[in-house]
Design a binder for this molecule. Structure first.
Ligand SMILES: CC(C)(COP(=O)(O)OP(=O)(O)OC[C@H]1O[C@@H](n2cnc3c(N)ncnc32)[C@H](O)[C@@H]1OP(=O)(O)O)[C@@H](O)C(=O)NCCC(=O)NCCS
Length: 180
């Protein structure tokens, strides 16, 4: 399933301007659902550093960060990260995602997250992907459900969101074709 005008790439050094713009334009849209960050957290220079750090994390097999962009990579449509990649007897990671307000509810997020899920299972050979959302985040719950994630639990005061420890619904998707 594709989406016209959507290109999915790994976020890399060079994307700092479009990353900073994405968070500036969508600040109010993302704020209720995302951790409170220091003032210059989303500046271009902070993003330049972060993208360099993420390259090292990618090389070390710790995280993979995807962005959906237009064909020219001139703006970010949405992002999806696979982080906390753990090997050994767990073979699992967390998935986090967001979409620009003007692309919300049009299926773009589903395409970007589906790409990440496929990558996690086929390339990283993960056994489990975990994704959590605040109980009131109905859009996030609907997205996960449509990807096949199942609710596994409820964690009280789980993540510090916007300065408050918020409860989260815990979900996961198991790789149906996992093989060692
Ligand atoms: C949560 C969030 C990522 C969901 O994104 P979204 O844009 O609603 O997701 P999508 O549109 O890809 O898919 C969700 C719905 O759109 C519908 N959809 C799919 N294709 C569509 C299309 N072509 N046209 C219209 N709607 C479509 C899907 O049916 C789906 O809804 P349903 O499964 O309940 O029917 C988004 O609201 C967001 O960024 N929120 C702020 C940040 C955030 O909460 N991040 C997650 C923290 S846990």
């Amino acid at each position: 399933m594709g989406k016209h005008g959507l290109k999915i790439v790994r976020a890399k050094p060079g994307h700092e301007t479009i990353m900073a713009n994405y968070f500036a334009v969508n600040e109010r849209h993302l704020k209720p659902w995302t951790p409170l960050v220091p003032r210059d957290h989303h500046s271009e220079s902070a993003w330049r550093r972060r993208l360099e750090e993420r390259e090292i994390e990618f090389e070390n097999g710790v995280s993979v960060h995807f962005i959906g962009t237009d064909d020219a990579e001139s703006h970010v449509i949405g992002s999806c990260s696979l982080s906390n990649i753990v090997r050994g007897v767990f073979q699992a990671c967390h998935m986090g995602y967001s979409i620009a307000e003007r692309y919300q509810g049009q299926g773009y997020m589903k395409v970007i997250t589906s790409h990440a899920v496929k990558y996690a299972f086929k390339e990283l050979k993960m056994h489990r992907i975990m994704a959590d959302h605040m109980p009131s985040n109905d859009r996030s719950a609907a997205l996960l459900k449509s990807l096949g994630f199942e609710r596994e639990g409820y964690a009280k005061e789980y993540i510090l969101i916007n300065g408050k420890w918020e409860d989260h619904v815990l979900n996961s998707l198991i790789n149906p074709h996992y093989s060692r």
